[in-house]
Ligand binder design. Sequence first.
Ligand code: 16G
Ligand code: MG
Length: 542
Amino acid sequence: MDLGAITKYSALHAKPNGLILQYGTAGFRTKAEHLDHVMFRMGLLAVLRSKQTKSTIGVMVTASHNPEEDNGVKLVDPLGEMLAPSWEEHATCLANAEEQDMQRVLIDISEKEAVNLQQDAFVVIGRDTRPSSEKLSQSVIDGVTVLGGQFHDYGLLTTPQLHYMVYCRNTGGRYGKATIEGYYQKLSKAFVELTKQASCSGDEYRSLKVDCANGIGALKLREMEHYFSQGLSVQLFNDGSKGKLNHLCGADFVKSHQKPPQGMEIKSNERCCSFDGDADRIVYYYHDADGHFHLIDGDKIATLISSFLKELLVEIGESLNIGVVQTAYANGSSTRYLEEVMKVPVYCTKTGVKHLHHKAQEFDIGVYFEANGHGTALFSTAVEMKIKQSAEQLEDKKRKAAKMLENIIDLFNQAAGDAISDMLVIEAILALKGLTVQQWDALYTDLPNRQLKVQVADRRVITTTNAERQAVTPPGLQEAINDLVKKYKLSRAFVRPSGTEDVVRVYAEADSQESADHLAHEVSLAVFQLAGGIGERPQPGF
Ligand code: 16G
Ligand code: MG
């Protein structure tokens, strides 16, 4: 380590005194102007992680669905996963070290993690379309180079594309080529082969409206479009040519406001979807003939995908273990449908992609989705081999199903939830099964639900267990929630401290919207009273 050079460069990316940030569920995220030192230091940390794992590490500069003025950064581990938890702690320590302590913290991390400093390091970098992203990713590069790391700057990429690049580079090209063309070709080839099998080929199945949140998804989808245009024609909205990133549009807006994005004309029964700002989430929706808006969220996406995979397995005659992973936010109707109708086992984990991803790896085929639209399907290597063999050996109908499954495996981004990849999977399944968006939506009816936020002095007073479905502290809170839930039919409620905002989140569902709204409000009051609410008491009405 050239300590002199580190000190010199670090001074050019000086940390504002007293600023404390935390590597949270999705890395660091805050106002862009506070992030320069964090970027430089994450460049340093990525080099150490790369040396330790003897693998390529990714650094993504994005703040996903946050407002345009924010930015953020996260590190991507060798197989495309989120950074290991012990390194998240290192990231927090390094980002918060005052200028004079930074070197010591860096040396501490290398010693604790037994990093061989002689080892080569390679880091790949991607960024979203925020005005601040280019300069911030340059600061990452400064950090990488001052520690002697090699790097490749991919420039503008969606978050899942960067995960894909990391995964490709660390698996000797077996997963795919680590270039943007490699990504487009791998996914499009699988998609076009799949949709060739579809007997329904009307325009209804071939066109889709996509709200790109005025973000990176628009650029990448436009580049990719002609690779798959035989199978699908996409019409892009909020493509960044005029509107502001994530403003009144995008998957997060549509999901949380339960209404269509601005800037998109929707005719009745047209299939529409929204990406978020870094294109790792997707939700679908449509207007019915009466002009009512219907949201098809991550739960219904998981249901469509896992049902289809299960049907294919039955056809091939393979009894592989398939599991669906959700969080406490999954609508109760989706869980019931999957368990009782589809007979697919469902598991619940804490919120945050890394928890779902980890759990999904336990199955031959693990499908995971958050209700907010982030998810994918993971296939174990053994399954992939088995399916490839079946596609060679089986006869006629079985062979066709095995071939489809083979294409589906290629079509999923197994390194991360990916709006583009998920979109193509969904479009292929709808075309193959001849399902309209309304028929898909009718698989089950969502229970009415409501989400609220409560301001408290310190949200850490709320601790939870049982995948966040029960509060352990403060004392009396869970008992209060239990009593409130008893008042309503088909009801359920839970509270958890947010990992990305300084608030407590409240979720309630019940047999009617009115009941869900009441229950959510009453639970908010209980949180306010028992967990140190600040500001105005929660008011009824939304
Ligand atoms: C982050 C997570 C997302 C989760 C959300 C919850 C990743 C990549 N992203 O955006 O999965 O749903 O946080 O936010 O893990 P909350 O803790 O504020 O409710
Ligand atoms: Mg995102």
